[in-house]
Design a binder for this molecule. Sequence first.
Ligand code: NAP
Length: 250
Amino acid sequence: MRILILGGTTEASALATLLSGRSDFSPLLSMAGRTSDPRPLPIPTRIGGFGGVDGLAGFMVREQIEAVIDATHPFAAVMSRNAAEACAQARVPLLALRRPPWTAQKGDRWIDVVSMAEAVRALGEEPRRVFLTVGRLELPPFAAAPQHTYLVRTIEPIGEALPVPNVIAIQDRAPFDEAAERALMEREGVDVVVTKNSGGAATYPKIAAARALGLSVIIVARPEKPRDVDEAVSAEAAVEWLERRHGRTP
Ligand code: NAP
């Protein structure tokens, strides 16, 4: 069974690993190409956009794709919408691999917002030391609040994405560790964290560290994703879905 995995997440990589070496599945992993040095994976990989819904539908026909797993990040809303439309058009079964969002625990001091612009406003007028972990492409709105000092952590260098006087840029990628997150926030005198509600274990340690230090977390809610698709919450559950589908393939 020829499978297209839409990736760029820990779950997509986990699924790729589970499917590698199986003779009943022929998976292909697709990534957008935002990371210049992606971690190597044990299945064939392609990189770059498809060219919208029609491009993806055409790709699926050419590659004889029999099932698609949308394992994109919770904030990759365009790709998920395109996948739902293209799969409906081409009558190819689609499973969305969606990790649950984080929910506030006792002791968390969360400020819920629905956009980056609202996150910027929630920082307030007074200069603060902000740990900004929203991804390189989400930095520009924070230039509207140049009074703050930003500790910015991204996978790729930030270049000119945040033109404000006080930026401390660090490059690192998940998974992170709670003790190290706590030490980083203490060392840099962070007093507020800004994050997307990405969910998952790999980046959760910053949330736990902020709780332990009594820091506020401005947390950006997820965008809408297509509702009328099958869903799974783990790579293992996605394999079970594929096995059930494969059993039905003539
Ligand atoms: P997006 O806004 O939903 O997608 C923008 C365009 O990028 C899509 O229309 C598509 O181009 C291309 N694209 C996205 N995912 C792709 C994939 N897996 N394979 C091939 N093309 C893809 O996505 P985004 O938020 O920019 O995220 C880009 C990638 O980074 C995704 O793969 C996502 O899983 C990963 N990621 C995103 C975040 C985040 O916070 N947004 C965080 C971690 C990882 P075409 O229309 O030309 O096909």
